[in-house]
Design a protein around this ligand. Sequence first.
Ligand code: SAH
Length: 280
Amino acid sequence: MFYHQVTITVAKRFRQPMLKKLAELGSLGSLEQERAVVSYFPSSVSAETLMKELQLTALLLKTAYEDAEIAVEMAQLPDADWNENWKNTFQPIEIGEHFIILPPWIAPPGERIPIIIDPGMAFGTGHHETTRSCLVLMERFVQNSVRDRFLDLGTGTGLLAIAALRLGFRSVVGVDTDPQAIRAALRNLVLNGAEKIELHEGTLEGESGGFSMIAANLISGTLIRNATGIASRLAVHGIAILSGILAGQEAEVEKAVGATGLQPIERLLDNKWITLAYRA
Ligand code: SAH
C-alpha cells in the first residue's frame, strides 16, 4: 500500500480549476497551503494518468493566464507503518468534553471545538495518550484559571497551543527546540486561523515568566531539568501540566517538581502514561 502525494505550486487565484480537477481524479483530500496545494491519492490511481491530467490542466491555465506559474510534483509515500498512522489520523478524534481533532478536509461537526491538524505529519496528531491527557486537564483547570498567558513547552505540531487559544487564553506561546516542529506548527496555525500564537524555536530559557498555565508534554528527564524553570515562570496561582512521564518514573519527576514548591493537584494515568498537574 502506498499513497501518491501531489504537490502543485500555484498562486491562490488559480487554484479553483486545480482543486476541481483533483477532486475529479479521485483525491482523498487536499491541503491548501500558502504557496501550494498538497493532495493525496490512493495507489489504485495510476501515477501516469494523474501526472498527465494535472499537467494538461496546468497547461490550460498557463494558456489562459500569462502570469500563471504552476509546477506539479509527485511522490509516493510507501512506508507501511506510516500509512497505518496515516489512516488513523484521517479519522476525527474527540478528546475530553470539548475538543475534536480533524484533518483539514473534514468539516467540523459544530458542537465541539475543532483543532485542525495536517495528518501528513509524523508526530503530535492528537492520538497519543499524553496529548489527550494534557487536553483533558487543560479544559478542566481552565475553569478556575485566569486566561492570560499560556505556554506550550515542546509544542510539536502546535496542537496544545491551538487548544489554549480556543479555550480563551489572551496570549499563547509555543516553544520547540526542533525547527521542523516549528515549521509543522506554523502550518497548523494557518490551517486553524490561529496565527496569533507566537512560535519560538529554542528552549524555556528564552521565555520570560508570568504564565497563567504551562503545558509541557516532554519526557521525564527533560521535565526534571526544566522543573525549576517552569515553576519560576508561573504566575501566582498558575497551573503546570506535565506529561510524557512513563508509569514508574513519576516519583523522580514529583520529587524534582515538589522541590520547587509547586503544589500537586492532579495525577492522571492513561495506559502507561502519567500526567501531573501543579498549582503555584
Ligand atoms: N505538545 C505536543 C507535542 C509533544 S512532543 C503534544 O502534546 O502532542 C514533544 C516536543 O518537545 C517535540 O516536538 C520536541 O522537539 C520538543 N522538545 C524536546 N525537548 C525540548 C526542550 N528541552 N525544550 C523545548 N522543546 C523540546
